[in-house]
Design a protein around this ligand. Sequence first.
Ligand SMILES: *[C@@H]1O[C@H](CO)[C@@H](O)[C@H](O)[C@H]1NC(C)=O
Ligand SMILES: *[C@@H]1O[C@H](CO)[C@@H](O)[C@H](O)[C@H]1NC(C)=O
Ligand SMILES: *[C@@H]1O[C@H](CO)[C@@H](O)[C@H](O)[C@H]1NC(C)=O
Ligand SMILES: *[C@@H]1O[C@H](CO)[C@@H](O)[C@H](O)[C@H]1NC(C)=O
Length: 325
Amino acid sequence: MENCVTGKVLEFLFFFLLLLLQQQCSSLQVTLPPFQSSLIGRDVLLPCTFRVDNPPVNPKFLALLWHFGDKEVLRYDNKGKVSSPRLFIDEKLILEGNVSLSLSNVTISDRGTYRCSVIYSPNTQQKEIRLHIHAVPEVGLAKRSVSKNQRAFLQCSITGFYPEPINVTWLRNGKLLPNSVLGPLQQNEDGMFQQDSTLTLTPSFTRGNPIYACQVQHESLPTPRQDSYKVQYGAVPDVVVAKRSLLKNQGTFLQCSMTDFYPQSITVTWLRNGKLLPNSVMGPLQQNEDGTFRLNSTLTLTTSDTFDKEEIVCQVQYKSHPQAR
Ligand SMILES: *[C@@H]1O[C@H](CO)[C@@H](O)[C@H](O)[C@H]1NC(C)=O
Ligand SMILES: *[C@@H]1O[C@H](CO)[C@@H](O)[C@H](O)[C@H]1NC(C)=O
Ligand SMILES: *[C@@H]1O[C@H](CO)[C@@H](O)[C@H](O)[C@H]1NC(C)=O
Ligand SMILES: *[C@@H]1O[C@H](CO)[C@@H](O)[C@H](O)[C@H]1NC(C)=O
């Protein structure tokens, strides 16, 4: 407005300069925010309003243009309205100075700069607004069991996000972990991105079931999104068979020792030449300090069992249980 005052002072002196200044302090004022954000698939409003010094607005002198990049996408003037698909403007609000543009079912290709131009003859003003597009990542951590002293990979898939910058961190019981590797960034046909992150674990046995989480930061998310998994550790038993001949006529004593396994569910069967041998005896299940278990199974064969040339097998079935959250 200062320019207008100055303009008045100069009025008598420089008539032509006055005309220039009047254009600068035009009686038309267009207002819009510098940018707007939208999630893919939503409808978004690109706000744009204008004000004239002497309302009401006379439609005869008014024209409105919206450009996307260099392309004209909407025009409204005293001949009517021309617009592209998915674009909408509420004509009832135009004379009130609201020329906001609605864009429905936003896609990635809609991102960019839009220009709102208002012509109120003889004045013109135009301003730009940038439309940012986001798609929220899905985070999925593959659930799997992890065995003692065996290197394992936990994989986290981050899918359907836009734009590409993304931060992936891994946590164990809430504490940050190193040793994760981001896979290659991939772009789908629809323009959305996906990426994997893999964490390498070489667990020594732990009694607890730690919770591993894959945590993702993305500009579409106000707070990080994560998927977590309570790891069920497994430890494969070591199996040793011992044979001892008993005193004369009292047969042979066999012992199958299973040590350092976890969890405790285990089944033991004795086989002679592939055939089940009954009458084995399970010892008490004992737990080691680190939480793993040990167990003995014994079998006594009588002398009448001709055992030397035969194959006796202690068969141990052990299953580590992957556990869902
Ligand atoms: C302008 O119109 C749109 C509807 O097209 C409405 O959502 C918005 O609130 C209006 N803005 C102002 C400043 O009145
Ligand atoms: C939105 O756009 C997508 C892709 O362009 C299309 O598959 C979908 O049918 C559209 N949805 C609506 C409601 O128009
Ligand atoms: C990723 O982390 C860096 C450094 O901490 C931070 O500057 C950036 O904003 C983060 N990016 C996202 C998408 O959160
Ligand atoms: C298994 O038997 C051996 C002796 O042969 C013994 O030292 C060990 O403590 C036993 N283990 C269990 C779990 O009972």
